[in-house]
Design a protein around this ligand. Sequence first.
Ligand SMILES: [Zn+2]
Length: 157
Amino acid sequence: MSRQPRWRRVDFLPKITSFKPAGVPLAQLQEIRISIEEAEAIRLKDFEGLEQEESAQKMNVSRSTFARILLSARQKMADALLNGKAIRIEGGNYELTKRNFRCGNGHEWEVPFEVMINKPPELCPTCNTSNIMTLWPWKPGLEVTSQGRQFRRGRNY
Ligand SMILES: [Zn+2]
């Protein structure tokens, strides 16, 4: 029996997920794939400047796992920069920490992942309309419905 993979918590999805060196045809380029959780590790540690411990807690992984994800991400980025490879950010094992909603009357609110699992919102908390839609995440490829629960997760690749 296969074990359920442990999902890394991710608070951010990059809007632009494809990068290529200028002046080189795509057909001649090697592409490096950076997973969503690798991008999150880079964001927390290198962009937000958090300590490793805090970053690991935010992603719900051990320090050693976080260090491994971060190292992998840095090596891939270095390879792409130094050797002129394209980068694509996609895939991985992760769950999103929240979703953002908007109702037809323009109210916006945020729903934590734990709430999404137990009870996805049906009404706007401000005006009670049922005319609501998801603002974030916006990537259609991430939609997964599991056991009647509506939430989004990354997939293995
Ligand atoms: Zn509303």
